[in-house]
Design a protein around this ligand. Structure first.
Ligand code: 6PG
Length: 326
């Protein structure tokens, strides 16, 4: 295998559209299934191309792309990374490893780890964190868990993002219950957004959350899914909330994705994060992933293209199906 900082290697069955090929700089590491090549490529990722990526490399990662400026959102600390995996299973292994490493780092550095989750299929992809090795090795007492968006329904309702995360992940790991910040489900959408924002402000006062240089809270890690229409959180294409730049938490009463009433973090909060992982699995996400990395037609900017950490890192975790339009 030959790779260099200016060449692109493609695994079998993986194609860049000719139009986008020139938009990528540096690395695309070939990681097909063969053990030998796999370990060689792992070595490459770890020691040469991106020493800092050692923690997120997967034994079976298909490839890694860093996008050039002007394509997908570019963070101040560098270019976003797109990690492509053969299967969702392998993606979820790597996502767990990535979150565990960040947990260790922030617990050590500041004695707390603030984690934000979305709803949707992301939660299933977090399942490996509830596997015994991580249940034992992660210091869950440092975790503080928030929702990037929540449906305004009771916490035991089948539409509740809290219920989804609790059933599939949070109930399986020993995070102190007082450090899981569900919305107040007795309030209206407006009231719940105000209440959640006020609680975030109190947590900044208590140094559980860090205030960013932007004037918005700086979460340690945001784990975000995305919709097939390119929405993130409850920030939908064409909706005025995508332009909201003063509120921390806003409400929406006419979400195009049911249920209609939700609260959501705004882009300034999302973009203040230290680390953002955008997780995309399945062919239904191929359009927005392709759009974010410059493939296909460029019409209106999608919400996922507005993710651009001010002083943080952005990593995309995609399976092969979600990366199929690159
Ligand atoms: C919600 C979610 C939402 C979700 C995306 C992707 O409450 O609806 O938080 O933002 O992350 O819609 O969902 P899927 O991965 O299930 O498509």
């Amino acid at each position: 295998m030959s790779s260099s900082s200016s060449s692109i290697c493609r695994p079998a069955n993986f194609h860049f559209p000719a139009s986008s090929r020139g938009n990528y700089t540096s690395v695309f590491v070939r990681l097909p299934v063969g053990t030998k090549e796999r370990s060689f490529a792992t070595q490459f990722v770890k020691n040469k191309a991106r020493p800092d990526l050692g923690r997120v490399q997967s034994r079976r990662m298909l490839g890694l792309i860093t996008a050039a400026s002007g394509q997908a959102a570019v963070s101040a600390e560098g270019k976003p990374e797109l990690l492509i995996f053969e299967t969702e299973e392998e993606l979820s292994d790597s996502l767990a490893e990535y979150a565990a490493e960040l947990s260790k780092k922030f617990a050590r550095e500041r004695g707390a780890f603030s984690v934000v989750v979305s709803g949707g299929s992301l939660i299933k992809s977090l399942r490996k964190l509830a596997a015994s090795s991580y249940v034992e090795s992660i210091d869950w007492s440092k975790w503080h868990v928030f929702w990037v968006d929540e449906r305004v329904v009771p916490k035991d309702h089948s539409d509740s993002n809290y219920k989804l995360a609790n059933d599939q992940f949070l109930s399986k790991v020993p995070i102190p219950p007082g450090q899981i910040y569900a919305i107040n489900d007795t309030l209206s959408a407006e009231g719940a957004a105000d209440d959640y924002e006020a609680r975030l402000k109190q947590l900044v006062q208590r140094d559980i959350l860090v205030m960013g240089s932007t004037g918005f809270p700086k979460f340690d890690l945001m784990l975000l899914g995305m919709g097939p229409d390119g929405h993130v959180a409850s920030l939908f294409p064409g909706h005025p909330l995508v332009e909201e730049n003063s509120r921390w938490v806003a409400f929406i009463k006419e979400s195009p994705k049911p249920p209609p009433e939700r609260i959501t973090f705004t882009f300034p909060v999302i973009n203040s994060s230290s680390n953002i992982a955008l997780v995309a699995t399945g062919a239904g996400k191929a359009g927005p992933v392709g759009g974010a990395f410059g493939a296909g037609s460029t019409t209106d900017r999608l919400p996922i293209q507005m993710i651009s950490p001010v002083d943080g890192k952005l990593a995309w975790f995609a399976d092969k199906a979600a990366a199929s339009m690159l």
